[in-house]
Design a protein. Structure first.
Length: 385
């Protein structure tokens, strides 16, 4: 049994409405990845909370069809969870009301950590917590709007813009005072992006600084990593991002780890391709076969990472355009091939190197308050991870 077994997560709104997550695991919203098909696939593997891709608040308020098209939910999603992005308090509040009133959303997470330049240059994502007055106004307005529907609001943030401009402790205090139900910390700065190691000690520092639940994020590749994070930091749960790319069964392993069950055998290549095909079917149901299989292509390298597959066949998978073509490719594989255990515990997805500098609005770092400046016109229909 693990030394520390976290309690089920409970996100509670100020008025008492709540969402309970029996296994304290949250799928991080990832742009272009966590659509209804992928969330359903992960849901079929294990328990947890599965968050929709980041949605732009202005796109919701202006009822942009592309934005509304992203607000779809899989049949198994009894808890509808959406991550919301924005830089204007009024727009965020109006978007929260629409999500709750028209889309039946049960939980809203706010993006305070995206490192993508097209987001940070507008003062959004990981840049936003630097401006404490703007942060407080957004959190209070969004919590108030969602709480009218009994819906809890959480936030996901990073340590700060860079090591000289850390914001997570202020963000935690402001979030708690505003009625936010929980805060998730990706233990990297915006400047780090996805490079280097996550610094879990900062998660522990945040746990000690606030009374609301803290979730840890960063460098969780296996079930044992999640247990280790919780034991080392005191986090109430974990947020999973890149670790599940091409490995939806990670949620099974996480559920087992938190329940103290033995580690299950790693899947053979045949079992991996069965999950890949299930993913293909779900995407085809969502987008139609042609576009669904096109969307699947970016997942191929993740599913087959480390397996002994020839270059020609890898290229064939990367250009697949139909279920029949996918089946033809799968038939050429050895289903008994064992999982490449040398890949366990290693990074997946984008890594890169730390950025030389973070793209920010002009003069952003000059002071911690935004004052009377108006950035409402700066928000646009952007997406980021």
């Amino acid at each position: 049994m693990p030394d520390v077994v976290p309690e089920p997560l409970r996100f509670t709104a100020p008025s008492g409405g709540s969402v309970e997550v029996a296994t304290p695991v949250v799928l991080a919203p990832m742009a272009g990845i966590t659509n209804p098909a992928y969330r359903q696939l992960c849901l079929e593997q294990g328990a947890g909370l599965y968050v929709c891709e980041m949605i732009t608040s202005r796109g919701i308020v202006e009822r942009i069809p592309k934005t509304f098209g992203m607000l779809q939910f899989a049949p198994g999603e009894t808890v509808r969870s959406v991550q919301l992005y924005g830089v204007d308090a009024d727009i965020m509040a109006r978007a929260a009301h629409i999500l709750c009133d028209e889309f039946g959303v049960h939980h809203i997470d706010l993006n305070l950590g995206c490192p993508v330049p097209k987001v940070t240059r507008r003062g959004g994502g990981g840049a936003l917590p630097w401006k404490t007055d703007r942060l407080e106004s957004i959190l209070r307005a969004t919590v108030k709007a969602a709480d009218a529907h009994g819906v809890p609001v959480t936030v996901k943030t990073r340590m700060g813009i860079d090591d000289d401009h850390l914001t997570y402790l202020d963000a935690g205090r402001i979030a708690q005072d505003a009625g936010v139900a929980a805060i998730a910390l990706h233990a990297r700065t915006v400047q780090q992006a996805y490079a280097g190691e996550a610094r879990w000690e900062h998660i522990a520092t945040l746990v000690d600084a606030v009374d609301i639940p803290v979730l840890g994020n960063g460098d969780i590749w296996e079930g044992a990593d999640a247990l280790r994070m919780v034991e080392q930091t005191g986090a109430a749960g974990v947020v999973i991002g890149r670790g599940c790319l091409g490995r939806p069964w990670l949620f099974r392993d996480l559920a087992d780890a938190f329940a103290g069950r033995p580690v299950q055998p790693y899947p053979t290549l045949g079992e991996v391709t069965a999950m890949l095909r299930r993913h293909a079917v779900l995407l085809a149901e969502l987008h139609g076969e042609r576009w669904g299989l096109t969307d699947l292509r970016k997942h191929m390298a993740w599913y087959f990472k480390g397996f002994p597959i020839g270059g020609d066949l890898r290229r064939a998978f990367a250009t697949v355009s139909s279920l029949a073509e996918l089946d033809e490719n799968i038939a050429q594989l050895d289903p008994t091939a064992t999982y490449p255990e040398h890949e366990l515990g290693t990074p997946r997805g984008r890594q890169g190197t730390p950025r030389a500098h973070v793209t920010l609005p002009y003069g952003w770092l000059d002071r911690r308050e935004l004052g009377d400046e108006d950035l409402s016109a700066a928000e646009s229909d952007v997406s980021g991870g």
